[in-house]
Design a binder for this molecule. Sequence first.
Ligand SMILES: *Cc1c(COP(=O)(O)O)cnc(C)c1O
Length: 373
Amino acid sequence: MNKQKIYLSPPHLSGSELKYIKDAFASGWVAPVGQQIDFFEAELEKVLNHNLKVVALNSGTAAIHLALVMLGVKNGDSVIIQSNTHIASANPILYLGAKPIFVDSEKNTWNIDPELLETAIVTETKKGKKPKAIVVVHLYGMPAKMDEINAIAQKYNIPVVEDAAEALGSVYHEQMCGTLGDYGILSFNGNKIITTSGGGALVTKTKENKERAIFLATQARDDAPHYQHSQIGYNYRMSNIVAGIGRGQMEVLNDRVKARRANFDFYNKQLAGLDFTFLQEPENVFSNRWLTTILTDSFEIREKIRLTLDKENIESRPLWKPMHLQPVFEDEVVYTNGVSEDLFNRGLCLPSGSNLSQLDLNRIVKAIKQSLN
Ligand SMILES: *Cc1c(COP(=O)(O)O)cnc(C)c1O
């Protein structure tokens, strides 16, 4: 195979990352402490909502774990979570010895179904255990139905953790994704819309919460001249070097969203009339289009497209396999309606990098059209 590989969602640097890394070196703070972290957090607060507080961490998974710790989730508790997601949303529930209660999706956004969410809360509470938290995900950058979800969460007085790992730059009813729950989380993994090589952030409402999150993320050290600890902490803080990369990436966040949305528009236009559909934005919702996804008519058609792309050295991936179908979670409780399972069978993620060239895009579209002939 001599054609250059096209990846699903590769890193895309701005060029100014090295400048900030050099600043970090010049300051001597090659450590999980330093000015680059403060600047990066300030940039994120400016973009998200200047009334909120951001804590830079070393992964999105760590951010979810800390959010659940901050909410007091403990061994034996249960936590409701969208089944249609990446496993990183679910694993921290298990780290805490809590039980995940998986809830299926609705068809408009592919995210947690508010009606089924309420059923799950009522049923689980009747069984004797009221869920401690709800983890909602904006999968592929498409915002979940947050008004409905937050209304139900308030009705039953259960806090919401908003997994916006894939949705930095997405907007729901004039508010940035990541700012809509009691806690929000972001990821800057290599495949996300901006990257720090690996990293994440927790979004919280108060200065006190931010201070507590930093305390927990730096081994929960008490105020004493020696090392003293009265509770369990974690080593989850972001490095100053990594934060420098984040600053360079924040300069181009808007461009990255524009480029991803342009990919979606191109695919939508070029592939119109073929045997599949694209996920559309509901009213007053703006998706960063982190990944462009298609929903084909059948598993067979999806596989035909996927295998043709693979032969052309073009990476694509079936939509995420729902958590309730994962072998590791086979004994867990699930409220299903068949939606996420159907999406998994018929859906495909197309290459969506912000650095795809026009030639790349043409090559992908040509291969898809070929596969259907
Ligand atoms: C990437 C991702 C995460 C985890 O982020 P990491 O930084 O990789 O730990 C969590 N949830 C979703 C939906 C993700 O896509």
